[in-house]
Design a binder for this molecule. Structure first.
Ligand SMILES: N[C@@H](CCC(=O)N[C@@H](CS)C(=O)NCC(=O)O)C(=O)O
Length: 283
């Protein structure tokens, strides 16, 4: 519903200025959007405050009911689980299969069609980085005096994820937002060329720039002696790179020239709540 509203607004405005094709393509598009998502809730309840677009999530999360839904893997969900647990926010840790993601997507239950999803007092919210900041703001992991630096680090890691994306899926466009089908398979030659460039040029360069710009030998974490959301995002990504589980084919030596980034991973791993979480979740 909240995804489609701006789209409909856009289509209507096109039709008012006399362009008919967007209206036709709108009709075509609607078959991809689950029925539940197509029916704006304002039609049944004009005053509803439960729509995510209207809802102001609470600023104090100590009394809210939280449920985090993700796959049975680390991926984009683990930094959220860790940040919630480290911050002492109780949450239900729901882990579902790809088939269940597909079912919920077709039912219109996932705001952006994917996981992770964080339900806050029964209202579903998407997009892992938005969720991480929401958690960080309520647990001291996103201090305002470091906001610009933390956001820049998050974006720098997002750039790396974008580069890894085709190799994660073995498909250039990843998964279809309609039904999760893999789109545009990479050839073996493309796979080996991209891996070669990732290992020799793209990742070393990006990681060494992050090391040089955002870390210092005297700091335990990116922003000094206390961890932030940037350290939690990096911990999951960086430990996966070192273990060879983050992206198949990426060298486990990729951090050899980045001692500060390596130390941050070790320091997050030593945080008592992280130790406790990892002991309880060895997978
Ligand atoms: N930009 C989104 C990306 C979410 C995403 O890629 N989710 C994947 C798992 S990491 C997913 O739901 N895959 C299953 C599917 O699309 O069917 C975010 O950061 O939350």
């Amino acid at each position: 519903m909240f995804v489609v509203a701006p789209l409909y607004t856009c289509l209507f405005s096109f039709s008012f200025v006399g362009l008919s094709s967007p209206v036709r393509s709108g009709i075509g598009l609607s078959k991809f959007i689950p029925r539940r998502v197509q029916q704006p809730r304002w039609k049944s309840s004009l005053l509803s405050l439960r729509r995510p677009t209207d809802m102001q999530p609470p600023t104090d999360a100590s009394n809210v009911k939280l449920k985090l839904t993700y796959l049975q893997m680390k991926g984009f969900g683990e930094m959220l689980r860790l940040a919630l647990f480290h911050g002492g926010l109780e949450f239900e840790d729901e882990r579902i299969s790809y088939e269940e993601v597909q079912r919920r997507r077709s039912e219109g239950l996932l705001p952006c069609g994917q996981v992770p999803v964080l339900e806050i007092d029964g209202v579903a919210h998407s997009q892992s980085m938005a969720l991480l900041r929401w958690i960080g703001m309520r647990t001291g992991l996103f201090p305002v005096e470091h906001q610009l630096k933390i956001d820049a680090i998050h974006e720098a890691f997002a750039d790396i994820n974008k580069n890894l994306f085709p190799n994660w899926y073995g498909h250039i466009l990843g998964r279809s937002p309609v039904d999760g089908a893999l789109l545009v398979p990479m050839t073996d030659d493309q796979k080996s060329q991209t891996l070669e460039l990732l290992n020799t040029v793209v990742l070393p360069c990006r990681l060494q720039r992050i090391e040089a710009t955002y870390t210092s030998a005297g700091n335990d974490f990116f922003c000094g002696s206390a961890p932030t959301t940037a350290d939690f995002q990096w911990y999951v990504m960086g430990s996966g790179l070192v273990e060879g589980t983050y992206c198949e084919g990426v060298s486990t030596q990729i951090l050899d020239q980045c001692p500060n980034l390596r130390r941050i991973i070790e320091n997050v791993a030593k945080l008592p709540r992280v130790v406790e979480w990892n002991a309880a979740h060895p997978e």
